[in-house]
Design a protein around this ligand. Structure first.
Ligand SMILES: Cc1ncc(COP(=O)(O)O)c(C=O)c1O
Length: 386
């Protein structure tokens, strides 16, 4: 187990003294990823794929190495690893391909707990194919999406289920393994939005059994990019929109143009960083700080914490409000103490109404690897003064 008390020293950007509770919107970048990106651009290996000279070979090797390390991080077959600009873009590419084969009698299940990156692309696929969306609802009293509320909607007509690995606003983690098992009994496929889950839990795709898993490396100390794993047979069967010279099979069919090599170099190092710290240490470190934050906010008289009030099966992320203040005002007040929190719906648009919120949402604070006890105390102090 690693002691993470000095982990802040690995993040050059934190030297500005801000306490960064905006990790769910994007984390600071770890030193080795920053160095790998600039090293790549200085190295002369900047070329293109499938060429007859060493720099071109280095580009191919980089794709293989990054896929391999991502396979290790997510416990998945590296053959299914695709890279793109963001999870939103990757999901749009996926659903555009899925829509080609959907029929009007088909159904897709989405959830009210999901970020819109795993809802809107499916709504568009349903619009284009004439198929129907069923919406599984989370319980606003507990803040949890019970597996049954998804499973109960599954029928012979279900073709895809789009479900989050963890809510990006209230952190709750649904039982995606049970959902996937039930989906596969009727031949339906499951696309997991793992963007908020990946930095906080050891993900084991082999165990979950899902068909698609999406994550974004800028949420786990790497560069801005999306990585989407697609089960290799599903990947080969999809009616992918692609340019004609790109391969007919394998991850290459999802490669839209020349990959950003330096970004891949950064993803590789960020994934290595998570693996080297280890999720046992990450979960322990984040849980302790999160419990301090959660209980501290619950104890403040004018504060209302939304979502689960416990730390069971959840990422270390919460939303809160202060009586009589708009979310934006609260975030602005907190920022005066050099503390970054986010306000709004954070694109979890379906979750706002069940949580009793409008489009202005609430204030979101997320604990990540570099949040220390003193950051939590500073945030509690700032909120108590509002
Ligand atoms: C849970 C979740 N899914 C999807 C996304 C979208 O990711 P990207 O910005 O890579 O498109 C986000 C971004 O905040 C997110 O938190």
């Amino acid at each position: 187990m690693n002691d993470l008390t000095d982990i802040q020293t690995r993040f050059p950007a934190l030297s500005d003294g801000w306490a960064r509770f905006d990790g769910p919107a994007g984390t600071q970048v770890v030193d080795t990823a920053i160095e790998a990106m600039s090293d790549w651009q200085r190295s002369g290996r900047n070329a293109n794929s499938h060429g007859a000279f060493p720099a071109a070979q280095a580009c191919d090797d980089l794709v293989d190495e990054t896929s391999k390390i991502m396979g290790e991080l997510l416990s998945a077959d590296p053959v299914g690893m695709t890279f793109g600009p963001s999870t939103t873009a990757n999901m749009m590419a996926l659903t555009r391909a899925v829509a080609v084969d959907l029929k009007p009698e088909d159904e897709i299940i989405c959830t009210t707990l999901d970020h819109d990156a795993n809802v809107a692309p499916w709504l568009l696929a349903a619009r284009d194919s004439g198929s129907t969306i069923q919406m599984a609802e989370f319980d606003p009293n507990t803040g949890r999406l019970e597996a049954e509320s998804v499973i109960d909607l599954i029928s012979q007509r279900t073709k895809w289920i789009a479900v989050t690995g963890s809510s990006n606003v209230i952190g709750s983690i649904p039982d995606i393994t049970s959902i996937t098992r039930a989906a596969h009994e009727v031949g339906a496929k499951v696309a997991v939005d793992g963007v908020h889950l990946t930095p906080h839990r050891k993900v084991d795709i082999n165990e979950i059994g899902c068909d698609v898993y999406a994550t974004s490396s800028y949420k786990w100390y790497g560069p801005h990019a999306g990585i989407m794993w697609i089960e290799p047979e599903v990947l080969n069967d999809l009616s992918v929109y692609k340019v004609r010279p790109s391969p007919e099979k394998g991850a290459g069919r999802f490669q839209y143009g020349t990959p950003p090599w330096e970004t891949l170099a950064g993803i590789k190092e960020a994934a290595k960083f998570l693996l080297s710290v280890g999720f046992e240490s990450i979960v322990k470190h984040e849980s302790v700080r999160f419990e301090r934050l959660l209980s501290g906010l619950i104890d403040l008289p004018k504060v209302r914490v939304l979502g689960p009030h416990d730390n069971i099966d959840r990422a270390p992320t919460l939303m809160f409000l202060v009586d009589g203040k708009e979310p934006e005002e609260i975030a602005q007040e907190i920022a005066k103490s050099k503390i970054a929190v986010w306000d709004g719906h954070n694109y979890a648009v379906e979750a706002m109404n069940p949580l009793g919120l409008d489009e202005k949402g609430a204030v979101r604070a997320g604990v990540c690897i570099y949040i220390g006890d003193e950051d939590v105390d500073q945030l509690l102090e700032a909120v108590s003064l509002i």
